[in-house]
Design a binder for this molecule. Structure first.
Ligand code: ATP
Ligand code: MG
Length: 195
């Protein structure tokens, strides 16, 4: 599961837990993005902070792991490169790439989507009230254009985003219950997302 994780929150963790259960995955690997090129236009917290927050969030979760392959990479990070690297490190693994519907619906704008679909089974979960029929149509189009396959999971939507958490933090509002306490404390101590 890739993400900016700026910061990681309960929406990310639910997605990972639900997908793991639904698809009987052995493990979930969280990969904080180094320099997410689709987010060039806004300030993103330091990769080291986003990595640390992700590590804190999953420390007590069995079968959840974190990788630094993207935060260590120079320049823009692309999922296609990451999947190529993962296949090199763990030959023989089958990879599922976990996404929310907002990401899934713009995957044709990502770099080398054909490679992403070739190297993983893309998994899409509900988000932003994106219509399920629309996602099914998209799924068929992706398979036609890029090959490979993807899966649309049927699970409840969780209305939560890092953007909302950053905004609430900036306004001094409590974010209790929206992300792990360890991450909340880290944000507090490091004074992240404050104006
Ligand atoms: P931002 O608001 O900064 O874009 P975000 O909450 O969307 O942050 P990202 O790090 O951009 O988090 O997302 C990483 C992945 O997790 C994406 O595939 C995104 O769709 C998915 N995701 C994030 N939040 C949720 C959620 N609440 N439900 C389902 N998927 C989610
Ligand atoms: Mg996002």
């Amino acid at each position: 599961m890739g993400g900016t994780f700026d910061p990681i929150h309960d929406g990310h963790l639910s997605l990972a837990r639900d997908a793991k259960k639904e698809l009987s995955l052995d493990a979930v690997l969280f990969i904080p993005a180094g320099c997410p090129y689709l987010k060039r236009s806004r300030l993103v917290a330091d990769p080291a902070d986003r990595y640390e927050m992700t590590a804190l969030a999953i420390q007590d979760e069995p079968d959840f792991y974190i990788s630094d392959i993207e935060v260590r990479r120079e320049g823009n990070t692309y999922t296609a490169d990451t999947l190529e690297e993962l296949h090199g490190i763990y030959p023989g693994n089958h990879w599922f790439f976990l996404t929310g519907a907002d990401s899934y619906s713009i995957m044709d704008k990502w770099v080398r989507p054909d490679r992403i679909f070739e190297l993983s089974t893309v998994v899409c979960t509900a988000r932003d009230d994106i219509d399920r029929d629309e996602l099914e149509i998209l799924r068929e189009r992706y398979t036609r254009e890029y090959g490979g396959e993807s899966i649309i999971l049927n699970m409840p939507q969780i209305d939560l985003s890092s953007t909302a958490i950053r905004e609430m933090t900036a306004k001094g509002e409590s974010t209790r219950g929206l992300l792990p306490e360890t991450v909340r404390r880290y944000i507090d101590e490091r004074n992240l997302y404050r104006p």
